[in-house]
Design a protein around this ligand. Structure first.
Ligand SMILES: [Ca+2]
Ligand SMILES: [Ca+2]
Length: 340
């Protein structure tokens, strides 16, 4: 009963206090204290302005599984360590639908932001159900705050929060915002599921790729496997399912992508010493991949198996609008470990 009455009270409080604090980023610096919830029931979902000090809890929007009917403004969830041996926190975005970014890929309406961890988390918005993130913390981290800030109705999220001990086999290597442990799988850019083309054969009409990203995606090494091969999950060279830079709406379908550090300077994937198995490309190896397409296969044997995602803060070329860097949809890349 304490929880439910608090939900109502906190919701009412947000409606009043939240609106009185229009600054978005500064939301985390509000003097308003987050309520400590010491209910030991992990099944009890936590919503705005509530905390947890037990493992495996969920942070959800008010009214979940329905979407919000009014903006929440800053909606914060504070996570305290369950013991003195916590080195990571894994966030699983079970359900995550926020407003889309603006034309520059900036999360200007809604965003999720995390503070208190060593890992710098990019601001995330749009559709990210099924994505996950690892936050690196020190065992004496104090607390981590997850802030989902919405200024439009229609947001919906359910984020499970798992604390990982320093000696846990589930701990990801340091520096990996995302960590994949199977021998094959799919790695998607954040908000990739908000594809703005009607089909992969029609050009995108808006940028869904998010700005200001810089993170590593790691793949767990396995005995008997010596390299990783990356391909577009669409499996089709002549489509618009991949675009990181360049105006995908004017380039012809099937145009080859760009590779290398000269051409890929704004938004790109970095695959260390990638070997290109695609004779339509002018290079046989490159570290950077961008443009409006991806080679039929890129293989890397550099361990640890990591690829990096980098985007700058804009899609606009102020000096020459004809060279605007979008609309771009990001990437959906399949990875498969290759036997030695
Ligand atoms: Ca771009
Ligand atoms: Ca950009």
């Amino acid at each position: 009963m304490k929880y439910y009455s608090c939900v109502v009270a906190c919701w009412a409080l947000l409606a009043v206090v939240g609106r009185a604090t229009p600054a978005k980023i500064e939301g985390l610096e509000q003097t308003q204290e987050i309520d400590d919830v010491n209910d030991r029931d992990p099944e009890l979902p936590r919503t705005c302005e509530l905390s947890t000090d037990i493992n495996e809890t969920s942070f959800q929007n008010p009214g979940y599984p329905s979407a919000t009917s009014i903006p929440t403004d800053a909606c914060r969830h504070k996570v305290y360590p369950v013991n003195d041996y916590i080195c990571q926190i894994r966030l699983d975005l079970k359900d995550f639908i926020l407003a889309q970014p603006d034309w520059d890929g900036v999360c200007a309406t809604d965003f999720m932001q995390v503070s208190g961890a060593m890992t710098k988390i990019p601001q995330i918005c749009g559709i990210n159900s099924g994505q996950h993130l690892y936050l690196e913390v020190t065992p004496d981290f104090g607390s981590v705050t997850i802030n989902v800030d919405t200024s439009a109705p229609g947001a919906k999220w359910s984020i499970s929060v798992a604390q990982i001990e320093c000696n846990s086999p589930y701990r990801a290597p340091a520096g990996c915002l995302q960590y994949f442990t199977s021998t094959h799988g799919t790695i998607k850019s954040f908000n990739y599921d908000a594809t703005t083309f009607n089909s992969p054969n029609t050009p995108p009409t808006a940028t869904t790729q998010l700005a200001s990203q810089a993170y590593g995606v790691c793949i767990k090494p396995q005995s008997g496997f010596c390299s990783v091969a990356y391909t577009k999950t669409s499996g089709v060279s002549d489509d618009y399912s991949f675009s990181l830079s360049g105006d995908a709406s004017v380039l012809p379908i099937g145009a080859i992508g760009s590779v290398g550090s000269t051409d890929c300077t704004t938004d790109y994937l970095m695959i260390p010493m990638g070997t290109i198995t695609d004779t339509t490309y002018p290079a046989t190896s490159a570290d950077r991949y961008c443009g409006v397409n991806f080679p039929s296969k890129v293989e890397s044997l550099v361990q640890p198996f990591v690829f990096y995602v980098v985007t700058d803060e804009t899609e606009t070329n102020h000096a020459d609008p004809a060279l605007d860097d979008g609309p771009n949809v990001g990437f959906s890349i399949g990875y498969r470990m290759q036997a030695c």
